[in-house]
Ligand binder design. Structure first.
Ligand SMILES: Nc1ncnc2c1ncn2[C@@H]1O[C@H](COP(=O)(O)OP(=O)(O)O)[C@@H](O)[C@H]1O
Ligand SMILES: [Mg+2]
Length: 229
């Protein structure tokens, strides 16, 4: 479903260039459950941003369903991002002035889903993550585990093919982290592709495939289904 060919990302830092990713090539098939591992600063978040089309590579090629999205205009990239990807971040990234329900409705607004449908679907998703009783709460009135469940509901609002989760349990106590893991794994069983950054080796082992990144390079791809990737 996703193919990266020698994807490189350089950041400009006052005069010097930082190579955050160096010629990363890989293929991710629909339905996979992939853990991304590696030391801090190795390029994991950069890879997630590129996978989710939140940022463009400096060089290399990105194919989504064999369609080259590398040089599409921003507006078209945004449309593709909103349709195919859901995002979960370590720090939840909810809008603090919006209720749980409004946070989950938001991505459907960008996709022009009619208002009533937005509301109904957001409510159903919040029920699904066990927050039916918290729909009208602001994020600041919720625990970290609850906020991350709102973020999960939001990530699912446009029925994504892929959920990109960057250290989703990093700010949570282990029991709450386990709840999040089980939810993600449940969605994977229903066919959603999961790519998850984790520092936790036990979490990494639960994924069918592990990508190890060091100094911007993919140095090990463990459990890949794709020969020669
Ligand atoms: N927006 C940015 N501008 C400049 N340098 C960045 C930016 N984002 C990340 N970097 C640098 O790129 C490298 C990889 O960062 P990152 O992808 O965040 O690593 P990780 O998620 O593995 O900790 C680091 O050296 C980091 O300092
Ligand atoms: Mg990171």
């Amino acid at each position: 479903m996703i193919t990266l060919n020698k994807l490189t990302k350089e950041y400009d830092l006052v005069g010097t260039k930082v190579q955050a990713l160096k010629e990363v090539s890989l293929t991710i098939e629909r339905g996979e459950y992939v853990a991304v591992m590696g030391p801090s600063g190795s390029g994991k978040s950069t890879l997630m941003h590129l996978l989710g089309i939140l940022d463009n590579a400096t060089s290399g090629q990105y194919l989504l369903e064999n369609y080259d999205i590398t040089s599409l205009p921003d507006r078209e990239q945004a449309r593709i991002r909103n349709k195919h990807f859901g995002f979960i971040f370590q720090s939840f990234n909810l809008f603090s002035e919006l209720s749980a329900l409004e946070n989950v409705m938001l991505p459907m607004g960008y996709a022009n889903v009619p208002m009533k449908q937005r509301r109904d679907r957001a409510a159903a998703l919040l029920e699904e993550v066990g927050l039916g009783h918290r729909m009208h709460h602001l994020p600041t009135m919720m625990s970290g585990g609850e906020q991350q469940r709102v973020a999960i509901a939001r990530s699912l609002s446009n029925e994504p093919d892929v959920i990109l989760a960057d250290e989703p349990t990093g700010n949570l106590p282990s029991d709450k982290g386990e709840e999040i893991m089980q939810m993600l794994e449940g969605f994977n069983k229903r066919g959603v592709t999961i790519v998850m950054v984790t520092h936790n080796p036990d979490q990494g082992k639960r994924a069918r495939r592990r990508l190890f990144i060091k100094d911007g390079e993919l140095w090990r791809d463990e459990g890949t289904l794709v020969k020669g990737a």
